[in-house]
Design a protein around this ligand. Structure first.
Ligand SMILES: NC(=O)c1ccc[n+]([C@@H]2O[C@H](COP(=O)([O-])OP(=O)(O)OC[C@H]3O[C@@H](n4cnc5c(N)ncnc54)[C@H](OP(=O)(O)O)[C@@H]3O)[C@@H](O)[C@H]2O)c1
Length: 247
């Protein structure tokens, strides 16, 4: 499937996975619409894409703020009557035992990890319907399938995202857009409370991690697959499901 000239929206475009994905997608010269919270990181990312993509637009938005998210959605709907792919990668990982969790932790986690992909999808469905490709790709997690100690907030959001994505896949079974959930395992980025350097040290001493570049390559393969499934489990660990594939 040719992605050249296709309109692709990516939230969390400046993150470890988002950035690797955007760089991989850019090789096909789509019209990339990149969303993140930090203007400076977005600027740095677009610099690396100069001369690679045909067209690109960036939007800075704190998507934990529902009013900001609604404003962004309105702008996207007005500016892009056809959207081929919406990729929701923006996410936060609050890893705390229940005693340390604040209402703010809960609310911001649900706002970014669940409400943002859900309501951006809702707003963009008419634009997605105008596309022959028409795909919503959501970045889920093993934490959306496996209960984990000390991660009840994060797990709750990813279980919810999984429920929403798979339910929408049922709801849109015979119509556009196609919904796809990536149930992803540990990847070497600075996501969550551990630093990238700490994860790299763990990786060097044998813990299984994907590299963001490997994940990006896999995601582009999935996006381009004409017989794409609704859920893919990409898991580098030893939790008893999924398939370990060396990055
Ligand atoms: N890394 C893993 O091990 C792993 C495993 C399974 C699933 N995932 C999922 O994969 C997705 C991407 O993870 P990652 O590893 O790439 O994370 P990351 O490196 O921490 O990147 C997170 C992205 O989300 C954006 N973001 C954070 N808070 C935001 C806010 N309030 N408003 C708007 N954007 C915001 C960040 O933008 P700024 O840079 O501008 O702040 C950044 O682009 C997440 O949904 C995560 O749950 C990750």
């Amino acid at each position: 499937m040719d992605l050249s000239g296709k309109t692709i929206i990516v939230t969390g475009a400046t993150g470890g996975i988002g950035k690797a994905l955007v760089k991989k997608l850019a090789a096909d010269k789509p019209h990339l619409i990149l969303i993140a919270r930090s203007a400076s990181k977005l600027k740095a990312l677009t610099k690396t894409l100069q001369g690679v993509t045909l067209k690109g637009d960036t939007y800075v938005s704190d998507l934990t703020d529902s009013a900001a998210r609604r404003r962004l959605a309105k702008t996207l709907v007005r500016k892009y009557p056809t959207v081929d792919i919406l990729i929701n990668t923006a996410g936060i990982g609050v890893y705390k035992p229940i005693g340390a969790v604040t209402e703010k932790d809960w609310n911001t986690s649900f706002a970014l990890n669940v409400a943002t992909p859900y309501f951006l999808t809702q707003a963009l469905i008419p634009s997605l319907k105008n596309s022959s490709l028409s795909l919503v790709l959501n970045l889920g997690s093993g934490a959306g399938v496996i209960p984990m100690r000390g991660r009840s907030v994060y797990c709750s959001t990813k279980f919810a995202l999984r429920g929403a994505t798979l339910s929408l896949a049922e709801e849109y079974n015979d119509q556009k857009p196609h919904f796809c959930l990536i149930t992803l395992g540990s990847t070497l980025t600075s996501f969550g409370p551990m630093t990238l350097a700490e994860k790299q040290r763990d990786c060097d001493s044998g813990k299984a991690y994907f590299t963001p570049e490997w994940v990006a390559k896999k995601l582009v393969e999935i996006i381009k697959d004409d017989h794409r499934e609704t859920e893919y489990t990409l898991y580098p660990g030893d939790y008893g499901f999924g398939e370990w594939k060396k990055p």
